[in-house]
Design a protein around this ligand. Structure first.
Ligand code: EIS
Length: 209
């Protein structure tokens, strides 16, 4: 069974609210995936994402009945922190986490769509660069952009990456791409819903790190 399919996101309800517990349970499996990528270069990214998840979880477990949806958390923190909000608490952690999730979404979509560098068909640089430019670059100053360029060299080969997504099992490329498409069916609307929530609540910030 594929790593992705083991941890499918749930279908959103009609009001597009994201259930906090289900969301946290699902994203908690993502950091382990970095270990499959086989390079220490990814450990800073892994710990950043882990930190985001831990922070959101810490708020949720304080009062699960109060924080049923992610929006409940943002609204409670908006009331609690007043002028400090939204650059605070789980609101800030989810603001960054969703950018990582968007990065993964664009990367997987680009692979599923068969986008490749015809001269280097087994490299995923074009896919990773597209995801970076659309999801993260504008939030990074020149230093972090340079770190990205360095990490890009550690990006796995396309065949190895697809294999890692399938826990190293010998799965045919077409089957793996079908798994990715299946995964994206609920994943993409969930990430979209979180972005929409940040827009609607005016919680998005565009400072760079
Ligand atoms: C935030 O980090 C914290 O997350 C947040 C709070 O402390 C806030 C304060 O301003 O800062 O500085 C971090 C930023 N996070 C801001 C940078 C970390 C390293 C980024 C290096 C650039 C790497 C680009 C990605 C290249 C990946 C190549 C992959 C090839 C396969 C399937 C692969 C999945 C990769 C997913 C990549 C997601 C990257 C996410 C980076 C997020 C970021 O820019 S708080 O913490 O509120 O929780 O305390």
């Amino acid at each position: 069974m594929s790593v992705l399919l083991d941890n499918q996101f749930k279908e959103l309800p009609p009001d597009k609210s994201v259930d906090t517990k289900t969301f946290l349970d699902t994203v908690s499996h993502l950091p382990a995936f970095f270990d499959c990528l086989g390079s220490k270069a990814f450990s800073a990214i892994k710990s950043d994402i882990n930190g985001n998840i831990t922070k959101i979880k810490a708020v949720y477990v304080k009062d699960p009945a109060k924080y049923v949806t992610l929006q409940d958390i943002l609204e409670a923190e908006r009331a609690e922190y007043a002028s400090e909000w939204p650059k605070v608490g789980a609101t800030l952690a989810l603001m960054w986490l969703k950018r990582g999730l968007r990065f993964i979404q664009i990367l997987l979509q680009s692979l599923a769509d068969g986008e490749k560098d015809e001269n280097n068909p087994n490299l995923i640089k074009v896919n990773v660069t597209k995801a970076y430019e659309q999801a993260l670059k504008r939030y990074h100053g020149w230093m972090v952009q340079r770190i990205f360029s360095a990490v890009l060299f550690a990006a796995p080969y396309r065949s190895n990456f697809l294999k890692a997504l399938s826990k190293g099992e010998e799965v045919k490329e077409e089957e793996c791409l079908a798994n990715i498409r299946h995964f994206l069916v609920n994943y993409t609307p969930t990430v979209d819903a979180i972005y929409e929530m940040y827009m609607n609540l005016n919680a998005e910030l565009d400072y760079t790190v």
